[in-house]
Design a protein around this ligand. Structure first.
Ligand code: ZN
Length: 150
């Protein structure tokens, strides 16, 4: 298995992962009869995300997203749906707070395996305007989960 060694190799690998999720988004589409939905826009960049969720107990059983925008916003949405699907509310809480720490530049989060493919977005933290792109899908998820608790 190929193991990247230098920071340039890691950056190239991360860029490739972002483009892969952008070109072949996972969980793209809509659910027929979703338990909850949320729509979020990032007017600064023109990104739009529409998130559909089905719950099973307190777990996120199924997620789909649609929308349009830049590679960062769509790759983050695609990666998010993959990593939180099937997880309990407390597991999802841990992942989303860790991802926010990553976007705020927390270097320990950049090597946290709990974040899986999301670590590919670690470089985004250096560009505050793009952090809004990366967090758009997560804000939609927050909205869905907040509605759930109400
Ligand atoms: Zn964007």
């Amino acid at each position: 298995m190929y193991r990247p060694e230098t920071s340039a190799e890691i950056a190239a690998l991360y860029q490739e992962m972002i483009l892969d999720h952008y070109r072949r988004p996972r969980n793209k589409g809509k659910l027929d009869n979703p338990d909850a939905t949320a729509e979020m826009r990032n007017p600064l960049c023109g990104d739009e995300i529409d998130l559909h969720v089905n719950f099973s107990g307190d777990a996120l059983a199924e997620l789909k997203f649609s929308g349009r925008g830049c590679s960062i916003s769509l790759a983050s949405a695609s990666m998010m749906t993959q990593i939180v699907e099937g997880k309990s509310a407390s597991e999802v809480d841990a992942i989303r707070s860790r991802f926010r720490e990553l976007m705020l530049g927390d270097l320990t989060a950049a090597s946290d395996t709990k974040l899986g493919a999301l670590r590919a977005l670690s470089g985004v933290s250096r560009f505050p305007a793009r952090v809004k792109c990366a967090l758009l899908a997560w804000n939609a998820l927050d909205s869905v989960l907040a509605g759930r608790k109400a």
